[in-house]
Design a binder for this molecule. Sequence first.
Ligand SMILES: [Zn+2]
Length: 202
Amino acid sequence: MFIESPPCYYRILFPGAIWRIPGEEKCVYLTFDDGPIPEVTPWVLDILDRYGVKATFFCVGDNVRKHPETFQMVLDRGHRVGNHTFNHIQGVGSWSRLYVENVEKASEYIHSNLFRPPHGHMRFPQLLRLRKKYKIIMWDVVTRDYSWRMTPEDVFNNVKKHARNGSIIVFHDSLKAEKNMKEAMPRAIEWLLSEGYQFKLL
Ligand SMILES: [Zn+2]
């Protein structure tokens, strides 16, 4: 999905998936996808500590295998983790059995009942099988920090424009997103705090 806030017709393709958690409290859910990697993730953790913010990291199993110490840092700092497949594979174009096996392989490294499909999509049979075991977490605000077409200002503005009560916001602790994320993410946190939002864990 290459849009900042997924429309209703897209959401109904994934029954049972969670896009936003509306409630009384003024809060948002900050999430990071595609790590953990030593080049970026520890930097993110330091920023989150600076603002006293907890987040949920949807990890790629193979990254956890390669960087167990970085993964452990995420856990030790009190954040939550979720499964983002072992090889960041796309559901569309993958056999359902292989897709589910890839998720299960990641679960050997990532102990979590949360799952987020890479690229925000998967096929219906995959959804049916995975939702028996996992809460399927999508998002309400995708910052598009990974896109070379975006400037850090655009990324920050996506948060300002789309964040609302209960929003699930996605940044990426990846090399591709590093430049945009490093500039926009702290600004987004500061803006959200100044607007009175609290940060909650999924
Ligand atoms: Zn991803």
